[in-house]
Design a protein around this ligand. Structure first.
Ligand SMILES: Nc1nc2c(ncn2[C@@H]2O[C@H](COP(=O)(O)OP(=O)(O)OP(=O)(O)O)[C@@H](O)[C@H]2O)c(=O)[nH]1
Ligand SMILES: [Mg+2]
Length: 357
């Protein structure tokens, strides 16, 4: 049998039907028969299993916990770069964010999830469902509980859920820099009493204390596997999603009550003068990447708050978001923000779908 290198069919060949590339085989010639077992080589299906480097492990660890427990901050600390936005407002994370920790002999894929909470809206329910689904597919779970808040009914509820999964769960006491040694010892005991944990690790993402210890513990639960991501790739978040998230992070700053929940962001357009020079829209702004983003709220009264007196708040959001986007992309950006209202979008299935939930 001759070894013809694999090639992609041309459009014409593809158009001619699914078998257009195959020559009708009349008979199997001698060369196609393997003498050892008499099975024609051409009838074999070759399955290519990627080789696992000796001793290499790779897999997924999911960070779960109540809103504001410090999951995203910890994810970023482990990855060593910002892949997830952070804020002290509830429901900051609204989708799974993957961040990759590369080590010599392993690859730890962290899945940062939205905070588990008692849902008040359809969005809240969807976010909880997403987390529960994600938990089924990971190798180990990091259950995050902040050191500075008493273990409460919300944590007990999550603990019961996790127990049913029969997966290794590491209890992670976060924000240890915020409490005294005594208070931390008491919290570690309280977390220990909450369930049957594979390990308990106290960490401070802010001070970068014990972050590497937690990494080691999580890596210990990964199976032998070839790398899952190319070397150096720290996330698979699309660029437009990260841009939108940075705008939402800036918009969350300083808003209170229900407004953080009501905020959503849509990236309407990203134009690169280097590639989209034909578009008249890019003229006159130099080589800056041009980004148009809509900040979505639920009511007109909220729109007024986000815009601020004479547009002052919106301007501030724009300046802060632009700094983050320029840092992420390593280039100058022109950011154009618009605010619009989508009435009660958090509870409207159609609006949710439009916003990607
Ligand atoms: N002092 C201190 N604050 C922290 C630490 N980790 C997180 N925080 C703060 O806690 C708040 C919440 O952090 P996030 O990482 O956004 O929390 P989260 O669990 O991802 O929240 P959701 O996405 O809403 O579920 C932010 O204001 C962080 O700055 C820490 O190690 N020390
Ligand atoms: Mg988060």
């Amino acid at each position: 049998m001759t070894d013809t290198p694999f090639r992609f069919p041309s459009d014409d060949e593809l158009m001619a039907g699914p078998n257009a590339l195959e020559e009708p085989s009349e008979e199997i010639d001698d060369a196609a028969v393997d003498d050892a077992d008499g099975v024609p080589t051409s009838a074999r299906v070759e399955i290519v299993v990627p080789e696992i480097p000796e001793g290499y492990t790779a897999g997924f660890a999911c960070l779960v916990g109540r809103p504001n427990a410090g999951k995203s901050t910890l994810t970023n600390a482990m990855v060593g770069q910002k892949v997830a936005i952070m804020s002290d407002r509830p429901q900051t994370t609204r989708h799974n964010v993957r961040g990759v920790v590369h080590r010599e002999t392993s690859q730890l894929v962290l899945v940062d999830t939205p905070g588990l909470h008692r849902p008040k809206t359809l969005l809240g329910k969807r976010l909880n469902d997403l987390v529960r689904e994600t938990l089924l597919d990971v190798d180990v779970i990091a259950f995050c509980l902040p050191a500075d808040e008493k273990v409460g009914p919300g944590d007990r509820y999550i603990a019961r859920d996790l127990a049913e999964l029969r997966k290794p769960v590491v209890g992670v006491v976060t924000k240890t820099d915020t409490v005294s040694r005594e208070a931390l010892a008491a919290q570690l005991l309280a977390v220990d009493a909450l369930g049957d944990w594979a390990d308990i690790v106290p960490v401070s993402a802010k001070r970068h204390e014990q972050v590497d210890v937690l990494e080691e513990v999580l890596i210990g639960y990964l199976p032998p596997s070839p790398p899952l991501y190319p070397t150096g790739e720290i996330t698979d978040e699309p660029q437009a999603v990260m841009i939108g998230e940075l705008v939402r992070e800036a918009a969350l700053e300083g808003v209170r009550d229900e407004l953080p929940h009501s905020l959503a962001v849509v990236v309407d357009e990203v134009l690169d003068p280097a590639k989209d020079s034909a578009s008249s829209a890019v003229k006159g702004r130099g080589q800056r990447l041009q980004v148009r983003v809509s900040v979505v709220v639920e009511r007109d009264s909220q729109k007024a708050i986000i815009i601020g007196k004479g547009g002052s708040r919106l301007k501030e959001i724009g300046v802060n978001a632009r700094k983050g986007i320029e840092k992420l992309l390593g280039r100058k950006v022109y950011l154009d923000l618009h605010v619009r209202t989508a009435k009660d979008w958090q509870s409207d299935p159609k609006a949710l779908a439009k916003l990607g939930f």
